[in-house]
Design a protein around this ligand. Structure first.
Ligand code: SF4
Ligand code: SF4
Length: 283
């Protein structure tokens, strides 16, 4: 069985306990307007160009295709056409065994540093058969974590939860309306899966991206604090918006229109969490 991966980071320090290998699976059911990995969202293979060292010769664009919706996309021929090798393919298909062998090659050093492997994305639960097969192959051999937005059918989520050692779980917006507006999907499944996670006894961390004027409002953070507290959670991590988030869109020939004021400073509002007896750490 093959899975589609768009990147592998060998020694990550931000994706769970210790030093980790992070495997980024392609495809995501959400479309967060602030997403800083736009190449992660679609399941299909894409091509992206890097601006560093670009001659502006336009050869990659001559090989671009026009899609059914009228947008331009770089192609495999764009990779060949670039004299600076700046166009790369996003999306490689790997067999379960091939990926797990690569992970296990690093197991000793990752274990020595209190780490393991983290499956991230995109949304790793979208390729659930592949993810579950990898987790089964790795169980008991290396510490495994899943970094998820939580948008998955309950049955799939529960299976993945049972087979991993740790979860990093994003909570973004409590209002279903705002969630639909900014993430293009309802949040009911996300909240239900969070309840399942909190009740499971599995170690996990809650992560909240702070998007200026969108997720960092008093109303939203108060609602998140009340919700997680009700599930018995007493620690969350706050991830302030990264102003470089839009930088990859141009490489994919896509516009970046986040729909909020990127220059507005992020509000941490740790006092809201304190009020609920929750320690909120800025990352
Ligand atoms: S990415 Fe490569 S082919 Fe495209 S404009 Fe830059 S140098 Fe030319
Ligand atoms: S859940 Fe993550 S990967 Fe998916 S669109 Fe949102 S920010 Fe991007």
């Amino acid at each position: 069985m093959k899975g589609r991966i768009f990147s592998i980071e060998e020694f990550a320090t931000f994706d769970g306990p210790g030093i980790r290998m992070t495997v980024f699976l392609k495809g995501c059911p959400l479309r967060c307007s602030w997403c800083h990995n736009p190449e992660s969202q679609q399941m299909g293979v894409e091509y992206a160009r890097s601006p560093n060292g670009c001659l502006g010769c336009g050869r990659c664009l001559q090989e671009a295709e026009i899609t059914a919706d009228g947008t331009k996309r770089l192609t495999a021929a764009s990779v060949e056409a670039c004299p600076r090798s700046l166009v790369r393919r996003c999306g490689e298909d790997l067999e379960v065994g091939e990926l797990c062998d690569r992970i296990l090659d690093n197991a000793a050093i990752l274990r020595m540093n209190g780490g393991g492997v983290t499956f991230s994305g995109g949304e790793p639960l979208l390729q659930s058969d592949f993810l579950l097969a990898c987790l089964a192959a790795l169980q008991g051999r290396i510490h495994t974590a899943i970094q998820t937005c939580g948008y998955a059918e309950g049955e799939i989520f529960t299976k993945a939860l049972e087979h991993c050692d740790y979860m990093l779980y994003d909570l973004k917006l409590m209002s279903p309306t705002l969630h639909r507006q900014f993430c293009r999907a309802d949040n009911a499944k996300i909240l239900q899966n969070y309840r399942t996670l909190a009740a499971s006894g599995k170690p996990f961390v809650t992560r909240i991206p702070l998007i200026p004027g969108v997720t960092d409002t008093v109303e939203n953070l108060s609602a998140i604090a009340a919700f997680v507290r009700a599930q018995g959670v007493s620690y969350v991590e706050l991830l302030p918006y990264n102003r470089m988030a839009g930088s990859k869109y141009a490489g994919l020939l896509r516009p970046f229109s986040p729909g909020f004021d990127e220059d507005r400073p992020v509000e941490l509002h740790t006092e809201i969490f304190e009020k609920y007896g929750i320690r909120a750490k800025k990352m």
